[in-house]
Design a protein around this ligand. Structure first.
Ligand SMILES: O=C(O)C/C=C/C(=O)C(=O)O
Length: 262
């Protein structure tokens, strides 16, 4: 399909400028209604390469739309993936400036720490568990560059799946010490419970979601590398927050993680 709005490079610049300038933009399918999934991943790839040229480093992968609830909401049957860059990692002890966002939302996720390269197209959740050193509680902050957080699946893929920041808790556990399918979680804002869920919401088991991502990456000869962090996808719906808010996510057995916004 020929792009109506410009070249892939122009779309990358359009999305990166919106991210840098913290402003919402019209979704790219408005001018490119026939944009395909393959083209959207190609644009995402170029966007990540551009970030690398600007000095950032890939540190892992994130999954999106892994929960049935979120897939149904979007009318899709497939998850999506994007990349985590080193400037996305925020810490629990340093408030995150609200000025670094457009209209952020927080999601509770389980992070996987990968200890061996893994690649292929028939990778199973058992394979994932065998290369995972630790799992940890995490919060992903998503911040779509699109107006009102509204987009189609191809728009969000091109926009690196709304990736913005993430925070990992300091309690890391061996995956074999937990039943990853049944970890209850709640997320609170300013000490009031906002969402509750269980890890089974993520494709039945967050390890299955990571396997899905590896198989998808495998279709184009890519995979995960030793040292990668993988965010396995939101367990509950995302919640909006503002400056001065504190978000806390508490997982049964896995512990908690929080951040404050200033
Ligand atoms: O909802 C979005 O903006 C797309 C990203 C989704 C996720 O990160 C997720 O579902 O975990």
């Amino acid at each position: 399909m020929k792009l109506m709005q410009g070249t892939e490079e122009e779309i990358v610049k359009y999305l990166l400028d919106a991210e840098k300038e913290k402003r919402e933009v019209e979704k790219i399918t408005t001018k490119n209604p026939d944009l395909t999934f393959e083209q959207a991943y190609k644009i995402q790839q170029k966007l990540i390469e551009q970030k690398e040229q600007e000095g950032l480093r890939r540190i892992g992968v994130k999954l999106g739309l892994t929960s049935k609830a979120k897939q149904e909401m979007m009318g899709v049957h497939e998850a999506i993936y994007g990349y985590l860059m080193d400037d996305m990692l925020a810490t629990e002890w340093e408030p995150v400036p609200y000025s670094s966002f457009i209209h952020p939302k927080a999601e509770p996720e389980i992070a996987f720490f990968i200890d061996e390269d893994i690649k292929g197209t028939s990778v199973t959740e058992e394979d994932i568990l065998s290369v995972t050193k630790y799992v940890a509680p995490a919060i992903e902050i998503i911040d779509s560059r699109y107006l009102d957080f509204k987009f189609t699946l191809v728009d969000v893929v091109a926009d690196n799946c709304s990736s913005s920041k993430f925070i990992v808790g300091n309690k890391w556990k061996y995956p074999e010490s937990l039943n990853l399918k049944e970890i209850g979680v709640y997320m609170s804002k300013n000490s009031e419970v906002a969402t509750v869920g269980t890890s089974a919401a993520v494709l039945g088991n967050p390890a299955a979601a990571v396997a899905w991502a590896v198989n998808k990456l495998g279709e184009t000869g890519r995979g995960l590398k030793k040292g990668d962090i993988v965010l396995s996808g939101a367990i509950t719906e995302a919640i909006s927050f503002q400056a001065e808010d504190t978000i806390l996510v508490d997982f049964a057995e896995l512990g908690s993680v929080s951040f404050s916004c200033k």
